[in-house]
Design a protein around this ligand. Structure first.
Ligand code: PLP
Length: 392
């Protein structure tokens, strides 16, 4: 192991990340290789980013071709990769307009501005989000989140923002009123412990939206781009949001985010009101087009099918270790094992067995592999999980 590089990292990089003790050499498909030649099976996928796995030939080809044409020209110009990707996202969502950003949190900020401007015209100011939600690290996003670690001694945050209990219909009914401009939610929470919205909760949102006319914002940063077996997680429910925002998977490993809005909202920003130098970078958009092409060729279907296979395998494991595994959560290839103990212990045991996964919300093991995995990789995971649970 190159301890020298780890020491140098400690000396030169601001210590905000808790890294795994692995120095990466290269990565391919669902495997990561360290500089000592060890191979790891990747059930983290760059934190739910590498939908097609690592070094996918279609992404490499698309990126190479685009780099040879132009890498960055700015949003002063019309650029085909942006337009083609926006058209694809419209087709997948049934929405009307796309604004490209560079990350999830940046998309969240744009959404807040859009909601506030829409609210200004409708005499509505307030936004409501939910416990366990994660929307990013910038001030607007943090104002819609509750986890103390992310916010400690950093206030004041934005006013007019409230965080109420996820999946609690009564709390929702108590807090929503005619001043509510928007609700922001993940239909499947990632960082919050891979928790899905209850259908009753979603029905209540629908009913209250009809009554109070607020905007429903779906954070599809982690659960979108095919991860749950449908292109967007909201598509598992009988509801259509007014705004979607996405990032992670859509860039295929390059920084890219998007805000996607309904026709009614397509005129809320006027020219010059919102923008970013890099948003919709043509290389990132070319990668995004390759991602969608491959999803359409059967990878999204695979996420659904293998996701089911993984689910039932994890359920079998739960029956074997009922005091250790309390619940199997999630949809498609966004799965969580809710444990009766600190999930970091299981992460460490899995790492000893060369499987990479991480903990979400303390007691949930999060499994967000590349969407290209097959039964063999799931079986490999299950063997490692079973051995790990025996010794914990
Ligand atoms: N929203 C969700 C659901 C996320 O999981 C994340 C990141 O983990 C974000 C927003 C923020 O995205 P980014 O890290 O690209 O700013």
């Amino acid at each position: 192991m190159e301890s020298n590089l780890i020491d140098r990292e400690h000396q030169s990089i601001y210590q905000t990340y808790k890294r795994l003790p692995i120095v990466i050499d290269r990565a391919e498909g669902a495997r990561i290789y360290d500089i000592d030649g060890n191979s790891y099976l990747d059930f983290l996928a760059g934190i739910a980013v590498n939908a097609l796995g690592h070094s996918h030939p279609s992404i490499i080809a698309a990126v190479e071709a685009q780099i040879k044409k132009y890498m960055h020209v700015s949003n002063y110009f019309y650029q085909e990769p942006q337009v083609r990707l926006a058209e694809k996202i419209k087709e997948k969502s049934g929405f009307s307009k796309v604004f490209f950003s560079n990350s999830g949190t940046e998309a969240m900020e744009g959404v807040i501005k859009l909601v506030r401007r829409w609210g200004f015209r409708h005499d509505k100011t307030d936004m409501i989000a939910f416990t366990g939600g994660f929307h990013g690290r910038t001030y607007g996003a943090l104002s819609l989140m509750d986890k103390p670690l992310y916010k400690s001694d950093m206030g004041p945050f934005l006013s007019g923002m409230k965080v109420i209990e996820y999946n609690n219909t009564e709390a929702l009914r108590a807090e929503v009123n005619r001043k509510t401009a928007a609700l922001v939610l993940e239909f499947v929470q990632g960082e919050g412990g891979v928790v899905s919205a209850d259908s009753q909760f979603v029905s209540a949102i629908k009913e209250l939206r009809d009554k109070y006319n607020f905007l429903l914002v779906a954070d599809e940063v982690q659960a979108g781009t095919g991860r749950t077996g449908k292109f967007f997680a909201f598509q598992h429910y009988d509801i259509k949001p007014d705004i979607i925002f996405m990032a992670k998977g859509i860039g295929g490993g390059l920084p890219l985010g998007a805000i996607v809005v309904s026709e009614e909202l397509s005129g809320v920003f006027e020219r010059g009101m919102h923008g970013t130098t890099y948003g919709g970078n043509p290389v990132a958009c070319a990668a995004g087009l390759a991602v969608i092409d491959e999803l359409d060729k059967g990878i999204m279907e695979n996420a659904g099918k293998i996701g089911e296979y993984l689910y039932w395998a994890l359920e079998d494991l739960r029956l074997k270790y009922p005091s250790k595994i309390l619940e199997v959560r999630g949809k498609g290839l966004m799965r969580g094992l809710h444990l009766s103990f600190d999930a970091a212990l299981l992460v460490d045991e899995l790492l000893k067995r060369r499987i990479i996964a991480n903990a979400a919300s303390g007691t949930t093991l999060r499994l967000v592999p590349p969407l290209i995995i097959g039964k063999q990789e799931v079986d490999e995971l299950l063997t490692a999980l079973s051995e790990s649970l025996k010794v914990i």
